[in-house]
Design a protein around this ligand. Structure first.
Ligand SMILES: [Zn+2]
Length: 501
């Protein structure tokens, strides 16, 4: 008997504190596919789904619904969410009405939020459950930066997250998710699921799964637990802390074979271990001037990590907080900084290469974090802003900064993009013709991937204590929801772990 499985994706990470609203254009710029167009995807999470469903000895027929992916940003607009949700639901509804719906397999992020739904994935899974009923299994794959909510647990059968950060295993996670669906439908798995949440809100600087850092140790424990016969799957989470939602935290999610008590106990164990790592997850930070002074005293290239303005965490990428200190070094010290500024990029395209023009730079897309800086700049390069990702979740896919420009002011090369893009391995600088090896200071606006991008030319990385919607520490973020008690504000708590089941 053939099993009919509906497949879809809604992948975006959102930020409650800033960034540019994620509208339908944001999805169309990255990925917005419907129906049979999905079936052409052979990479990423959906590629992993199709690999399993097409190659299995069991007969599966795929019902492609919708795949909507956007660069991380501000909240998904209600209009965009309504359209994506209704498209997905109407595809599911017609499959259900044709009695051709045996399972729903969704690639989600887990930290998306719409203007009117701070738990977007919980809302979506609830709507899907409501439509398909209790007996059709729902399996969702997630980013390990997901914010797991009771609603997500209530309305899914299996949740499985990526295991790597930097993220390299979207496809492998797709394989795991589709296998879970196949195992449920063929009677090999009766999943029981629990999530242990430790109230730890930290940036991702020390959240690598490579090496032996605090989150790598947590992931290692989760994977050791997964190797037991009684356990089907485990996931470890370091929650994206730039949502403003109640009861956030990281920890462990465990799926057992029909044994809720064991799932609870093991999820608690991972979350307790993660709680013990909390102090090791807060990075050492530098003020801008301090970092530049130390950097000048150091031979070689220095990377200034301005994670507070990380497009990959939903920020607009338009901060110029570091720029005055770089300009003050004069023309003899070369440095490079990325700034998203559509107006400035457009003015450069109008002026042409070689032109000198007065620009007001930065803080225009998300003006809460600073004021534009007036500069007299010379245009040294212009491009259409397109580039190809070399690795990671978007390996081989095109990134699109929109019309882009490089301007030079004193010794600083300022890379202007029209739209924010996720940073993987320095592709944006390369596409704009920047030779980072010639720079004294490189500004990197991400909390993790800067190492991959620049370790070939620098061994000196300093994380800056700047303000923005994706800061290195969450201490000063203006949360309005009930996020406390939580680390770092409440470092000692009795019974900190909360169990969702
Ligand atoms: Zn992530």
């Amino acid at each position: 008997m053939s099993h009919h499985i509906a497949v879809g994706a809604l992948l975006v990470e959102c930020n409650h504190f800033g960034g540019i609203p994620t509208d339908l254009d944001s999805f169309h710029r990255t990925q917005f596919l419907q129906g049979d167009d999905l079936l052409a995807l052979d990479e990423g999470t959906l590629g992993g789904y199709f690999e399993v469903l097409c190659d299995s000895k069991e007969e599966f027929s795929i019902i492609p619904t919708l795949a909507a992916t956007a660069c991380p940003g501000g909240l998904v607009t209600d209009e965009a969410y309504a359209q994506i949700k209704s498209t997905l639901l109407s595809e599911l509804e017609s499959a259900r009405d044709n009695q051709q719906l045996d399972g729903v397999l969704l690639a989600l992020h887990g930290s998306a939020a719409a203007e009117s739904h701070s738990d977007l994935e919980g809302d979506l899974l609830a709507a899907v459950r409501n439509l398909v009923g209790p007996s059709v299994p729902i399996v969702a794959t997630l980013d390990l930066h997901a914010h797991i909510t009771q609603q997500m647990i209530d309305h899914s059968d299996v949740l499985i997250a990526w295991e790597t950060y930097p993220h390299r295993d979207a496809r492998e996670t797709g394989v795991r998710g589709a296998k879970a669906m196949a195992d449920i439908l063929t009677g090999k798995l009766k999943p029981t699921m629990a999530m242990g949440i430790a109230p730890v809100l930290v940036g991702a600087i020390l959240g690598a799964t490579d090496g032996d850092g605090p989150f790598a140790r947590t992931m290692k424990l989760a994977k050791e637990i997964e190797s037991s016969d009684e356990v089907y799957s485990t996931s470890a989470f370091l929650v994206h802390p730039y949502l403003d939602a109640p009861e956030m935290g990281g920890g462990g999610l465990v799926i057992t074979h029909d044994n809720q008590n064991l799932a609870n106990q093991l999820a608690q164990e991972i979350a307790e271990f993660y709680w013990e790592q909390r102090f090791a997850l807060e990075p050492e930070l530098y003020e801008i001037d301090e970092a530049i002074e130390l950097g000048l005293a150091h031979a070689g290239t220095v990377v200034l990590v301005e994670t507070a303005d990380c497009c990959g965490g939903g920020a607009a990428g338009d901060s110029v907080q570091v720029l005055p200190a770089l300009l003050a070094l004069g023309p003899a010290v070369s440095s490079v900084i990325p700034v998203v500024d559509q107006l400035a990029a457009s003015a450069c395209h109008a002026a042409g290469i070689g032109a000198t023009l007065d620009l007001q730079l930065g803080h225009r897309h998300d003006p809460k974090w600073g004021k534009p800086l007036a500069v007299e700049a010379t245009v040294v390069n212009l491009t259409d802003g397109r580039f190809i990702y070399q690795g990671g979740i978007w390996d081989g896919c095109e990134g699109n900064m929109g019309p882009a420009a490089v301007v030079k002011v004193a010794g600083v090369f300022i890379c202007l993009a029209s739209f924010p893009t996720y940073e993987w391995c320095g592709e944006q600088y390369s596409a704009l013709g920047i030779d980072v090896t010639q720079m004294k200071f490189i500004v990197a606006k991400n909390p993790m991937n800067y190492r991959m991008a620049f370790e070939h030319c620098s061994e000196n990385f300093m994380v800056l204590d700047t303000s923005g919607p994706t800061p290195a520490t969450c201490r000063h973020l203006p949360y309005k929801q009930k996020v406390r008690p939580a680390f770092p504000w409440d470092p000692e708590l009795e019974n900190p772990i909360r169990l969702l089941q």
